[in-house]
Every structure is written in structure tokens, then in C-alpha cells.
Design a protein around this ligand. Structure first.
Ligand code: HEC
Ligand code: HEC
Ligand code: HEC
Ligand code: HEC
Ligand code: HEC
Length: 254
């Protein structure tokens, strides 16, 4: 068959095709180089806030559910921060004279929201949504560290691309039944850091934290093993999670 395109146009086509692949990637790389620095620093460093709000106090000692304050975490991409009204549902009655709460009362009187300093964020060219991750039973602590023991909140983990991909490649090693996300904090409240005792068959002899919960308590990485891995693999099938697709660039960059 006669050649329709000359050799030369073939070369052009290749250059164009290469550019189509390389340009978006290098655009991301440039965007990242420009904006990179602040995103992944400050891990573990508490940041001064207008009010010294303590997750430790409110989550474990008082047992308030994350969803009371981060109302949309299960329903939408963005969890949201609590309005002054949420704080005032208690603080119009408790600690009403405390100087620590003064900015909350001020905000209530002036009808102006408290401006919290943000700790966690991603570069704008990365897409993320909370609800899908919570639905897959991924713990807040997997991504935010030991929130329940923070007196002043700090950034728990750095969101490098490899951090996201490590899980997207093998989600069965991290996912868990959905209610585990909330059970963790109730169990910490109940058992402190005491571990459960099991016999050789993995049956519980005395109650306490599971090894998964114990690792999450400290904000450590925990990869499902044994029974947890069997459950993770089953969930992956039930939720139709396809890890081959989850690592596509377009999942997070679009
Ligand atoms: C009583 C309300 C309340 C509860 C309950 C609560 N939070 Fe918060 N959370 C806040 C407030 C206020 C802030 C902003 C100030 C700060 O960073 O401490 C915040 C900030 C955060 C941040 C950092 C946001 C940022 O700037 O990036 C994370 C992560 C977080 N909360 C996770 C959790 C988790 C997980 C739970 C449940 C275990 C929880 N919170 C329960 C009120 C609450
Ligand atoms: C469900 C009730 C409840 C809600 C909602 C609530 N608090 Fe509290 N808060 C308390 C109680 C109870 C105390 C502690 C009293 C004590 O120490 O015995 C407290 C203590 C505090 C303190 C004192 C410092 C400390 O942690 O010991 C601050 C500051 C504070 N809260 C800020 C807030 C802010 C800001 C919000 C809204 C984001 C909020 N609280 C929402 C019940 C609540
Ligand atoms: C798979 C990882 C992951 C999990 C699980 C996760 N988060 Fe986040 N969270 C993030 C990332 C990434 C950001 C920054 C998002 C951005 O910039 O769009 C963030 C931001 C936040 C913020 C700040 C939002 C704002 O507007 O200031 C809050 C609050 C928060 N997360 C709460 C939670 C709570 C509560 C849970 C558990 C119920 C949770 N997160 C579970 C990764 C996660
Ligand atoms: C611990 C495991 C884990 C981590 C860490 C994680 N993911 Fe995911 N992510 C998942 C799973 C599992 C799904 C698929 C959920 C499903 O399909 O039901 C998912 C789905 C997604 C989706 C698809 C959402 C949709 O609308 O279909 C995006 C986008 C995403 N993740 C972005 C990120 C980013 C960005 C990060 C890092 C900041 C991240 N993820 C970290 C486990 C994780
Ligand atoms: C699970 C989500 C996720 C997937 C899938 C993903 N990325 Fe990323 N990517 C990120 C996050 C998060 C960052 C921001 C990292 C940072 O702030 O340092 C990023 C940053 C980048 C950057 C900027 C340079 C850098 O490394 O920080 C490039 C280039 C990039 N991604 C290319 C790709 C390509 C090409 C693919 C497909 C092979 C891909 N990404 C797939 C989450 C993802």
C-alpha cells in the first residue's frame, strides 16, 4: 500500500503525540515546583489558633463525634469546620466566663465567623473527596494522624503523591468496615490504650483495642494482615473497587 503520509509528517505526528503526553505532566511539575514548599511542611507542628481548641478534650474526654463538628465529612468532598453556633450549643452554658472562650463569644455577638488557620490542603491541581474514603472505612487517623490526642491541632501526615498511591495500589491493605471509622474513638474512650487479648485462633478473651486500632491510636501506618486482610479483600469486592483504575493519573488530576 502506498504511503499516505511522508516520513517527515510521521516525525511531526510523533512529536505532537509526545508533546500531548509530556506537556500536561510537565505543567503539573512546574505548578508543583512553584507552589510546593508550604504544602508538605509543618507536619507535627501545632499552629496557633484564635481559640486553643483541643480535640483531645472534646473527642475523647467529652466523647463528641467528629460529625457533630465536621458535619459533611460522610456526605461530601469537604468535611467543613464547625460554625460558632455549634460551639455555643454548649459554651453558652459551660465555661461562659473563661477567657479561653472569649473569641467564641465575641464571634457570636458580632455574628462574624471565627477564622481558623488551615492545616491540611492539597495543591489545586489535585482532586480529593472525603466521602468516598470514609465510605471505604478509611480512618481519619490514616491521613490526619492521632487527632484524638491533639491538645492543639497539627498536621498529621504529608500528602505526597506517593502517600496517596501507596493505598490506591493496594486498598485492601487499608480499608475496613465503614463503622470502624467511628468505633475507633469510642474504643479509645473505653479502653484507653489497653490491647485486647486473643487466643491462638484469634478469638477474643478480654476486650480492648485491636492491633489495627492500637496503631491508629498513635497515628502509625497499619497494613491489614490475617483476618483484617481477608475482610479488606472482601470489602474491595463488595464495593467494586478496582485498584488498576485507582492509580490512573486522571483520578486525581483532571
Ligand atoms: C467540638 C467540635 C469538634 C469535634 C468534635 C471535632 N473537631 Fe476537628 N476541628 C474542630 C475545629 C474548631 C477545628 C479548627 C481548629 C483546629 O484546627 O484545631 C478542627 C480542625 C480539624 C482538622 C484540621 C483541619 C485543617 O485545618 O486542615 C482535622 C483533620 C480534624 N479537625 C479532624 C477531626 C476528627 C478526625 C474528629 C473526630 C475524631 C474531629 N476533628 C472532631 C472542631 C471539632
Ligand atoms: C458538646 C458540648 C461542647 C461543644 C459542642 C464544644 N465544647 Fe468546648 N468544652 C466543653 C466542655 C464540657 C469543656 C470543658 C470544661 C472542663 O474543663 O471541665 C470545654 C472546654 C473548652 C475549652 C477550654 C480549653 C480546654 O479544652 O480545656 C475551649 C477553648 C473550648 N472548649 C472551645 C470550644 C470550641 C471552639 C468549640 C466549637 C468548635 C467547642 N468548644 C465546642 C463542651 C463543648
Ligand atoms: C484518605 C485521606 C483522608 C481521610 C481518610 C480523611 N481526610 Fe480529612 N483531609 C484529607 C486531605 C487530603 C485534606 C486536604 C483537602 C484539600 O485541600 O482539598 C483534608 C482536610 C480535612 C479538613 C480541613 C477542611 C477545611 O475545609 O479546612 C478537615 C476538617 C478534615 N480533613 C477532617 C477529616 C475527618 C473528620 C476525617 C474522618 C471522618 C477525615 N478528615 C478523613 C485527607 C483525608
Ligand atoms: C488508605 C487508603 C487511601 C489513601 C491514603 C488515599 N485514598 Fe483515595 N481512595 C481510596 C479508595 C479505597 C478509593 C475508592 C473508593 C471507592 O471506589 O469506593 C479512593 C478513591 C479516590 C478518588 C476517586 C473519587 C471518586 O469520586 O470516585 C480520588 C480522587 C482519590 N481517592 C484521591 C486521593 C488523594 C488525592 C489521596 C492523597 C491525598 C488519596 N486519595 C489517598 C483509598 C485511599
Ligand atoms: C491518588 C491520587 C494521585 C494519582 C492517581 C496521581 N497523582 Fe500526581 N499528585 C498527587 C498529589 C497528592 C500530588 C501533590 C504532591 C505534593 O504536594 O507534593 C501530585 C503531584 C503530581 C505532580 C507534581 C510533581 C510532584 O511529584 O509533586 C506530577 C507531575 C504528577 N502528580 C503527575 C502524576 C502522573 C503522571 C500520574 C499518573 C501516572 C499521577 N500524578 C497520578 C496525587 C495523585
Amino acid at each position: 500500500m502506498a504511503q499516505i503520509f511522508s516520513r517527515k509528517s510521521n516525525v511531526y505526528a510523533r512529536v505532537v503525540m509526545l508533546a500531548l503526553v509530556v506537556l500536561p505532566i510537565s505543567a503539573l511539575a512546574i505548578a508543583s515546583a512553584i507552589t510546593r514548599s508550604p504544602y508538605n511542611t509543618n507536619v507535627g507542628i501545632p499552629i496557633t489558633q484564635p481559640v486553643p481548641f483541643s480535640h483531645e478534650h472534646h473527642v475523647v474526654e467529652l466523647g463528641i463525634d467528629c460529625r457533630y463538628c465536621h458535619t459533611y465529612v460522610e456526605k461530601s468532598g469537604n468535611p467543613g469546620l464547625p460554625s460558632t453556633q455549634v460551639c455555643m450549643s454548649c459554651h453558652s452554658q459551660i465555661w461562659t466566663d473563661s477567657p479561653l472562650i472569649a473569641p467564641v463569644r465575641q464571634s457570636w455577638r458580632d455574628n462574624k465567623p471565627i477564622v481558623w488557620n488551615r492545616l491540611n490542603w492539597l495543591p489545586r491541581y489535585v482532586y480529593f473527596a472525603h466521602n468516598v474514603h470514609i465510605a471505604a472505612g478509611i480512618s481519619c487517623n490514616d491521613c490526619h494522624g492521632p487527632i484524638q490526642s491533639m491538645m492543639i491541632t497539627y498536621k498529621g501526615k504529608a500528602f505526597w503523591m506517593s502517600f496517596c498511591l501507596n493505598c490506591h495500589r493496594q486498598p485492601e491493605k487499608f480499608i475496613s468496615p465503614r463503622h470502624d471509622v467511628w468505633k475507633l474513638y469510642r474504643d479509645i474512650e473505653r479502653y484507653g490504650n489497653h490491647l485486647e487479648i486473643t487466643n491462638g485462633q484469634g478469638q477474643q478473651i478480654s476486650p480492648g483495642l485491636t492491633s489495627r486500632e492500637s496503631a491508629l491510636l498513635e497515628g502509625k501506618y497499619y497494613e491489614n494482615q490475617g483476618r483484617d486482610l481477608v475482610i479488606g479483600e472482601q470489602l474491595k469486592r463488595d464495593l467494586h473497587i478496582q485498584s488498576a483504575l485507582l492509580t490512573n493519573c486522571s483520578v486525581c488530576h483532571h
